[in-house]
Design a protein. Structure first.
Length: 374
């Protein structure tokens, strides 16, 4: 079963009725992205929070991160069997991460993205124990581990010597524990952002994913948005802001690697998910050549999903906030005037200029038409 396609189909279907008829309002959210913290033990060179990580205000605001009770309260407002996605920063730096996963898994599917260094045996054991019984049940649905390259190249990208081997050891342990338990879930993903630093080894990374025995390999198109500052959330929609140009990227090598990945996927036990999902090769290349055609792209995400910052700001995407859960109830914010206005503006434009390469993009309509490279 292609779990990625199934999830995308369900989200899109859930969003389309209110998108078409809701006048800016939406059903109770089906997916909640919780940015648990912006603290991190890595300094990945492509991270959207890189400029924030060493901001002295980050340590000062550690005590202002949402509490366990506040997060669990918001989780309870999400549609039953919806998806709760824990991200960061590095989520495993939260001392309550197991408690959060346990609570989310009671009535929902839970997903967590980690760099894997802190995925110690006791945490991996608990995630496996919480695994969904089947695709329809609540529980821990998947764990995504960021592995940005192979060997020293990975360590150089994330600025953490020796981290590649630690991550590999932790992932192997979790895969083995899943086998011993006889469980299909949680699915274990290896994820990487496609950059100049790893583009030439994507197929080797897919082969490594097969050797380890994970469930999915997920290369992600680099979303080169301006640095995101969660300490200063925006209260105006910057829909016309273009993503930063990507310079000196080897698109010929990317085309070669994508062809290898798709060929390998035909006979592989490890599913291939390229993010954004469904984009043809030419569109992916166009992202890196700063000439992506947005005329056949659309976004339904704010009608099904929402994110919450580590400090309680609710935002449909990027850095735009519609309010804070410490000041107004979560579901009131979900359909408040600012959120409705955002949805109506997005529906009118179909997709914003600032959305190029966002993982929520949906490809619809005729194939892209690109001008010749100048």
């Amino acid at each position: 079963m292609n779990y990625s396609k199934l999830y995308n189909f369900c989200l899109e279907s859930y969003a389309k009725l209110p998108y078409l008829l809701g006048g800016g309002k939406a059903f109770r959210p089906m997916t909640l992205f919780v940015e648990l913290t912006y603290r991190c033990n890595f300094r990945c060179n492509m991270c959207q929070f890189l400029s924030l990580l060493d901001d002295p205000r980050l340590d000062e605001k550690k005590g202002q991160e949402l509490t366990t009770e506040e997060i669990n309260g918001v989780v309870d407002e999400v549609s039953r069997f919806g998806l709760i996605s824990f991200t960061g920063g590095e989520p495993l730096l939260r001392k309550d991460i197991v408690e959060l996963a346990q609570h989310a898994s009671k009535r929902h599917k839970a997903y967590l993205v980690t760099n894997g260094v802190l995925l110690k045996k006791d945490i991996a054991d608990e995630f496996v124990r919480l695994g969904c019984r089947n695709v329809l049940a609540s529980g821990m649905a998947s764990v995504g581990i960021s592995l940005e390259a192979i060997g020293k190249r990975h360590d150089d990208i994330v600025k953490a010597p020796g981290s590649f081997e630690k991550i590999l050891s932790n992932v192997r342990y979790m895969v083995e524990q899943k086998k011993k338990s006889g469980k299909k879930f949680p699915l274990v993903w290896l994820k990487c952002v496609i950059t100049n630093h790893n583009v030439g080894m994507l197929d080797d990374m897919y082969r490594l994913a097969e050797e380890i025995g994970v469930d999915m390999f997920n290369p992600i198109t680099y979303y080169n948005i301006p640095s995101t500052n969660r300490l200063e959330m925006d209260e105006t929609v910057k829909s016309g802001t273009a993503v930063n140009p990507i310079e000196n990227f080897d698109t010929a090598e990317l085309r070669n690697q994508l062809a290898k990945l798709r060929q390998r996927a035909k006979n592989s036990a490890v599913q291939l998910r390229i993010t954004p999902p469904g984009l043809p090769t030419d569109d992916i290349l166009a992202v890196y050549e700063n000439r992506l055609d947005l005329s056949n792209k659309v976004c339904y995400t704010p009608w099904s999903s929402v994110a919450i910052s580590a400090y309680g700001d609710l935002f449909p995407c990027s850095n735009y906030t519609v309010g804070n859960i410490r000041q107004e109830p979560f579901l009131k914010l979900w359909n408040n005037e600012k959120m409705q206005d955002f949805r109506n503006r997005l529906k009118k434009e179909r997709i914003f200029k600032s959305c190029a390469a966002c993982c929520s993009m949906v490809f619809e309509g005729a194939p892209s038409a690109y001008p010749p490279k100048g």
